[in-house]
Ligand binder design. Sequence first.
Ligand SMILES: Cc1cc2nc3c(=O)[nH]c(=O)nc-3n(C[C@H](O)[C@H](O)[C@H](O)COP(=O)(O)OP(=O)(O)OC[C@H]3O[C@@H](n4cnc5c(N)ncnc54)[C@H](O)[C@@H]3O)c2cc1C
Length: 398
Amino acid sequence: MSRLAADVAIIGGGLVGCWTALFLARRGQRVVIVEKGVVGAQSSGVNFGNLRLQGRFPGQYPLSLRSQELWEQLQELVGESCEFERSGHLYLAYDAAEAGKLAAYADVSESYGLAIERLGPAELRRRWPWLGREVAAATYSARDATANPRLVTPAVARAARALGVTIIENARVIESKAVGSGFLLGTDTGLAIECGQLVNAAGAWAVEIAERFGESAPLFPAGPPQFVTEPFPYLIEPSVQAVDGSVIFRQIPRGNVILAGYPRSAADPVANRAPVPPAKTLAAMRALARVAPVLAGCHVIRVWSGIEGYLPDMIPVIGASQTAPGLFHAFGFCGHGFQIGPGVGLCLTEMILDGATPTPLAPFSIGRFKDRVEVNAKFRSEFDAVEPAPKAAAPPTG
Ligand SMILES: Cc1cc2nc3c(=O)[nH]c(=O)nc-3n(C[C@H](O)[C@H](O)[C@H](O)COP(=O)(O)OP(=O)(O)OC[C@H]3O[C@@H](n4cnc5c(N)ncnc54)[C@H](O)[C@@H]3O)c2cc1C
């Protein structure tokens, strides 16, 4: 058996694991990432690419805004722009009730300093003449952005490697235990890794790691179906989302329109599959045509989804383990982890090296599942036949 030693080992080479490694390495830490497949191949590489600030969980704004600052420095941090663009985000309402919901989101965003424009039908038609007649109101945030997820995690991993981070791919961590003041990991390739501190950034697979340390969370896998159309003359600059959840889309400058259709479908983390039921393509195209009738005739040329970890309260777990000193969890990003990924990596680095982060993360503690599980009010409309675990997660003993 070969052996490796590190200050910090990270289980999972997704966006969160790679950003954490990069920030730790910038502060002189010896870091090892262990990835069961290849870097950025799961949720981090297949997502929609939205860096949305509007309409977030209020308690997540400090983290989200800190993360956006890092996205805005992507070129300096990793040496590549990864198609990062401040495309803006247009949130649409079809009726007065939905417009009220947008206004409430805007109040929250503005209270955290985000500039939001509130737009009625005449202004909408003037600025974006391709919008359908049914769109009644919208809010627009110019700071919201997009990036190409296929490019980002490999670029962050390259930057981390250049600072000395060891990245081991195609090795699954199958054993992890506390030993003395640190940890010992074992992989299915026969590698043993000793480390002082450990980060569980294992995405939809993270609970099996947490449970080895006697704590748990009601994580379940699902994914929003994604579609891409044939190219169409470039017309639509912002990322566009209907607040009824029916569709979100963006056009890339090459002309293709990328869209996601909701509700989300179940995914299978054991078989490593995230199927897209065929009916979803038709439903997504109908929802797209309602927002942008000009796109009604476009053909979808590819469909896909991904395996994302969700929690019933629709916010992630980020922070220190409550059972194993030196272990930190970051998982269950509920479809929002691309945007907050860099911020999570920076906050974990501060927690590991400084003992605390200035960014408030209390709502994301794994301890919130000890006694009861909150279920988000929108839950039933957000997933196809996915049941949240209704009971508190009972941690196994030992
Ligand atoms: C289709 C889709 C669209 C999305 N759209 C957006 C969006 O527009 N905006 C947004 O902000 N978010 C979006 N998300 C969510 C976002 O992609 C994720 O929240 C984010 O990528 C999570 O990153 P991660 O590093 O935690 O997880 P992952 O990318 O899943 O990485 C975890 C890694 O851990 C590895 N691993 C697991 N267990 C082990 C083990 N035992 N040993 C070794 N390695 C292990 C896995 O192989 C995986 O590579 C979307 C997600 C999906 C699926």
